[in-house]
Design a protein around this ligand. Structure first.
Ligand SMILES: CC(=O)SCCNC(=O)CCNC(=O)[C@H](O)C(C)(C)COP(=O)(O)OP(=O)(O)OC[C@H]1O[C@@H](n2cnc3c(N)ncnc32)[C@H](O)[C@@H]1OP(=O)(O)O
Ligand SMILES: CC(C)C(=O)C(=O)O
Length: 523
């Protein structure tokens, strides 16, 4: 697809591509089921504890995304967890709701009471776990597995059986156990790589061996201890598995689980298989999970990371401006996953992307000016500065001699804070030649100052603050704080600006005002 501007916003083109992609999924393709465990294994990420309402919010969005199963939690682990699973089971979602249970009557009963569609029961099967975790021998395990699966099926609930630590389990015992599980009525068996020790080759061999003996659905659950969770999951599917256990953003125990968005896009775009996922919703749900769990994605995260479709390097940007497939996979576009393609200003940029980015602001530098702007951007970046769009436009205007008067001119900023008072800030600014004042409170001085500045912004109701980041660039209590903010207008046009100062409050307000000025100027 042709590149359109340095930020491909909610264009008709985007809507068309994603609707076309998702509504024309070829029904002849092999279908892979997606079992999402963000709310169970994902929540086991150290430090995460979701409230019932947060779990419900994520479950609803997972349902809209189109996952086949939502593992809502482990009901016997606490009353709040049971209540969350019960409430999710009552939501009448299209996805089947699953609860986790040890092979213990009490755990299984808690799932039955929660009215889940599917009970996921598990028991340790590797020698190390048999000895140190459940202290039982293999014969005892076989008996428990048959008995508990039959108990679940007597209650008319579907059953998923997991052999915990399957990939470190003696193969003949594992196969024997899965056959017993199938005989006892299990609907699905799961092969968990509990401590993430598989490689794609080994996973392929194990899954194809198990596939030969079983007719029921085979599911895999891969952990990411060596960074191979997605690769192992894909390999399992190539070897004949039917279903993948995944989490949004790959969250989960230790290094996490196979990441849903990476697994789904690999299955669809690389293997040409079909899932029920509405891929254009991947970015949005990733952001929701990031916000509610507090686990931030790295910018270079595949599919949904900030840089997944961003181009700073001149050679890449030059190619992408002409045809995005020059430096993107093509078989996966930002539109397909609800993301945006961006050109980014910085040290590595070249004149073609400078020109393309300035076009959006109505700036059309001559060839000489373009060279000079590019040179100055590089000089600034070489001083270790992170370049924002506002830096680029400001440099361009200086070079082109076209600097315009600022719409908002900050005149005064005052903040009061202390241990026994509500932080309060006042700002005074000249807005389009008229003096305006605003005062607001906040949870801290920065928040109060940003709130007061946003009050001034009531004059521009269509502009909202979409991102705010503080970083210390030097050490010590006199560190220089670098503030980066992003503001957006109602058409989705976004502008980033940066400011730095030893005074964190002043830097915050200046960055925000500078971004707003730029956005207004562009209009
Ligand atoms: C690989 C996985 O992700 S498995 C899921 C792991 N998830 C979690 O553990 C999260 C929720 N867990 C919890 O809230 C708690 O661990 C509970 C409520 C389940 C149990 O808490 P406690 O009774 O205090 O036990 P604790 O967690 O310390 O120890 C685990 C117990 O489960 C037993 N156990 C583990 N797996 C099984 C199993 N499949 N069947 C029967 N018992 C099992 C262990 O032997 C141990 O029993 P013991 O107390 O008789 O020695
Ligand atoms: C319960 C099982 C599937 C699990 O989470 C694991 O083995 O990692």
């Amino acid at each position: 697809m042709k590149f359109r501007g340095h930020r491909l916003n909610k264009s008709r083109c985007k809507t068309w591509v994603s609707v076309f992609y998702n509504e024309n999924k070829n029904t002849d393709k092999r279908k892979i089921k997606v079992f999402d465990t963000t709310l169970r294994d994902g929540e086991q990420t150290p430090g995460i504890s979701l409230t019932v309402d947060q779990k419900i919010k994520i479950a609803e969005q997972l349902d809209e995304l189109g996952v086949n199963y939502i593992e809502a939690g482990f009901p016997s682990s606490s009353e709040a967890e049971k209540s969350a699973v019960e409430k999710i089971a009552k939501l009448d979602l299209d996805a089947s709701v699953c609860g986790l249970a040890r092979t213990k009557k009490n755990d299984i009963d808690a799932c039955i009471d929660s009215n889940v569609d599917l009970i996921h029961t598990f028991i340790s099967t590797s020698d190390i776990q048999l000895k140190h975790t459940i202290k039982k021998d293999k014969e005892e395990v076989k008996e428990i597995v048959s008995e508990k699966i039959e108990y679940i099926k007597e209650h008319d609930v579907s059953c998923l059986f997991s052999a915990m630590d399957a990939t470190r389990t003696e193969k003949s015992f594992l196969k024997n156990l899965f056959s017993l599980a199938e005989e006892a009525g299990a609907d699905i068996i799961n092969i968990p790589d509990t401590v993430g020790v598989m490689t794609p080759e080994r996973m392929k061999k194990l899954v194809s061996d198990i596939r030969k003996d079983l007719d029921i659905t085979i599911d895999v659950h891969c952990h990411n201890d060596f960074g191979l969770a997605v690769a192992n999951t894909i390999s399992a599917i190539e070897a004949g598995a039917d279903q993948v256990q995944v989490t949004i953003n790959g969250i989960g125990e230790r290094a996490g689980n196979a990441c849903l968005q990476e697994t789904v896009m690999s299955l669809e775009s690389l293997l040409n298989l079909e899932t029920n996922i509405k891929t254009e919703k991947l970015y949005e749900i990733s952001k929701l999970v990031e916000r509610l769990t507090g686990i931030k994605l790295l910018p270079n995260s595949p599919i949904v990371g900030e840089n997944a479709f961003s181009h700073e390097s001149g050679i890449h940007a030059h190619g992408v401006i002409s045809n995005s497939e020059t430096f993107e996979p093509g078989i996966m576009t930002p539109e397909m996953v609800g993301h945006k393609r961006r050109l980014v200003a910085g040290k590595h940029m070249g004149k073609h992307s400078v020109k393309e980015m300035l076009k959006d602001s109505g700036l059309d530098p001559s060839e000489e000016e373009l060279k000079e702007i590019t040179k100055r951007i590089k000089e600034l970046a070489n001083k270790g500065k992170k370049i924002t769009e506002v830096d680029l436009y400001t440099i361009a205007e200086v070079v082109m001699g076209s600097a315009k008067e600022k719409t908002i001119d900050l005149k005064e900023l005052a903040v009061m804070t202390g241990n026994n008072m509500i932080p309060t800030a006042s700002v005074r600014a000249n807005i389009k030649g008229k003096e305006k004042k605003a005062s607001e409170t906040g949870v801290g001085p920065v928040d109060a100052a940003i709130n007061a500045t946003q009050s001034l912004m009531n004059n521009f109701p269509n502009i909202s603050l979409t991102s705010f980041r503080i970083e210390a660039i030097t050490g010590g209590s006199d560190a220089i704080a670098e503030i980066t903010v992003e503001v957006q207008d109602e058409q989705g046009k976004a502008i980033k600006a940066r400011s730095e100062s030893e005074d964190i409050v002043e830097a915050s307000v200046k960055a925000l005002i500078s971004a707003i000025n730029r956005l207004i100027q562009d209009k």
